[in-house]
Ligand binder design. Sequence first.
Ligand code: FES
Ligand code: FES
Length: 171
Amino acid sequence: MTMRAKPGATRAVPQAEFTLRVNNTEYPLRVDARVTLLDALRDRLGLTGTKKGCDQGTCGACTVHVDGKRVLSCLTLAAQCDGRDVTTIEGVGTAEQLHPVQEAFLRHDGFQCGYCTPGQIMSALGLLSEDRAGTPEDIREYMSGNICRCGAYENIVAAIREAAGDHDETL
Ligand code: FES
Ligand code: FES
């Protein structure tokens, strides 16, 4: 990554030049070094599946994976992701072949308006890879950073339980 001052600026705004690798595609970028990963994804790359809710780290709508770990893209600088692997909801399943977690959300009505859903699914994938979906309480705890204003929590938990291989019909 290279950093340089914007030509002609009275007060130098540091620019960052680097390559963002998102969903296995490389995007060369030159942006204000203060641009968040969320804004780079949505506004520069047109990957609008990742949603902006609070823009301050409290709702989870912007959850993506960086090097396989879930992160809040509104609290991550794009330039910090130079040389790292970013995965967004666009990189999960396809319209023709959904990921099993996406299918489980559909089957269990794990959403209403759908605004929080990309973040919920990215977080659910993280939870499953962390092997933390042992009980409904675990799922609630480890998904607690993802807010759903429609209150679809019970169905989200049911979807994640199914994706984890737990088919308890009492939910
Ligand atoms: Fe990032 Fe809400 S938009 S946590
Ligand atoms: Fe509407 Fe979660 S489905 S905010």
